[in-house]
Design a protein around this ligand. Structure first.
Ligand SMILES: Nc1nc2c(ncn2[C@@H]2O[C@H](COP(=O)(O)OP(=O)(O)O)[C@@H](O)[C@H]2O)c(=O)[nH]1
Ligand SMILES: [Mg+2]
Ligand SMILES: [Zn+2]
Length: 312
């Protein structure tokens, strides 16, 4: 019986797929040692994709997880039925890639801004907005996408234009994912599977398929899957079927702290609990009026507050 360390790439029921971190890169199906499962965690899933686990390799080739390393961050979904329990979707993420497009199906800036709030709230160090399907854009869309790229870059987020049909973008995409654990989000059809295949054709993922609907049109439980990209010393976590709303266990008062372009102004609002709506002497509204905060970002901020109201 030997002891190993690995990263969880997939979980199904009480079984976890673990990729060892030694040079052998073995894939081992693991279970949790009973004691760990029962005592230490108050989540519906004690171990999530992205966790670094210690396990013993049994004679039958399966593993028994006996310890888990501290997580540096995690995307968590509050369990709606059991308020005291949370579900960990993925952990130890270096960066979030938001895959957007202006064509088939067009991504709204509202979606992007909601995802950015989520990544700031969950302490994911970097967020990158990639605009896909450049090959489908007409002149007007090219002008538009440059405006959007400029908007997000000026706030401090990396934003790039690509097409997964065009090999000349490969080195750019590779440089973004190289040596990192990325999570990728984006509406169905924006090209997440295509992007993974673009980087590593041997993955051979199905493209143009909505994976989280069963053949009977029922919404099946979806789980995160981590794909190792061996050529880039990288991992990408795909979370099909997870709805943005699932991530939101955020209070209204918190939202502006996750809007990094609002941050420089927050301490100058008259009221410390200012929601930046119609309060007097609001530094955020002031910055908005002076054009130092983008009006579209502010509109989407209002949308998030409304969404949180509706959720209550
Ligand atoms: N024209 C064009 N089509 C793309 C591009 N990337 C992906 N697609 C197409 O968009 C559709 C959805 O892609 P898929 O990777 O399945 O998206 P996912 O749902 O986000 O995984 C498929 O028909 C792809 O062939 C691109 O850069 N240009
Ligand atoms: Mg897909
Ligand atoms: Zn304010």
């Amino acid at each position: 019986m030997s002891q190993k360390i690995g990263i969880v790439t997939h979980s199904k029921g009480s079984s976890y797929t673990v990729l060892t971190q030694d040079s052998s890169h073995q894939t081992v199906e693991c279970r949790i040692k009973g004691k760990l499962r029962l005592t230490e965690w108050n989540t519906t899933n004690p171990i999530a994709v992205g966790d670094i686990v210690h396990f013993t390799l049994q004679n039958d080739g399966n593993g028994l997880i006996y310890a888990i390393q501290d997580r540096k961050n995690a995307i968590i979904r509050k369990s709606i039925s059991k308020h005291t329990q949370a579900h960990i979707i993925a952990s130890n993420i270096d960066q979030l890639i938001i895959l957007a497009t202006l064509a088939q199906p067009r991504t709204s800036l509202g979606f992007i801004d909601r995802m950015l709030v989520i990544t700031e709230a969950y302490k994911i160090p970097y967020s990158i907005i990639i605009w896909n399907k450049a090959d489908l854009y007409d002149d007007l869309m090219h002008k538009q996408v440059q405006d959007y790229i400029h908007l997000y870059q000026s706030i401090g987020y990396t934003s790039k234009l690509i097409s997964t049909l065009d090999k000349s973008y490969l080195s750019l995409v590779a440089s973004i994912v190289q040596d990192k654990i990325s999570a990728i989000v984006g509406h169905s059809g924006t090209g997440k599977s295509s992007l993974l295949n673009f980087l590593q054709p041997s993955l051979n993922l199905k493209v143009g398929k909505i994976s989280h609907w069963s053949s009977k049109g029922r919404h099946t439980t979806t789980l995160a899957t981590m794909y190792p990209l061996t050529n880039y010393n990288a991992y990408i976590i795909d979370t099909p079927g997870i709805k943005e709303l699932d991530f939101f266990n955020i209070q209204k008062e918190e939202v502006s702290r996750y809007y990094i372009d609002f941050l420089p102004y927050l301490s100058n609002c008259k009221f410390s609990n200012c929601l930046h709506l119609n309060e007097p002497h609001c530094a955020v509204k002031n910055a908005l009026e002076q054009g130092r905060i983008h009006s579209q970002r502010y509109q989407n901020y209002l949308g998030i507050l409304q969404m949180l109201d509706a959720k209550l």
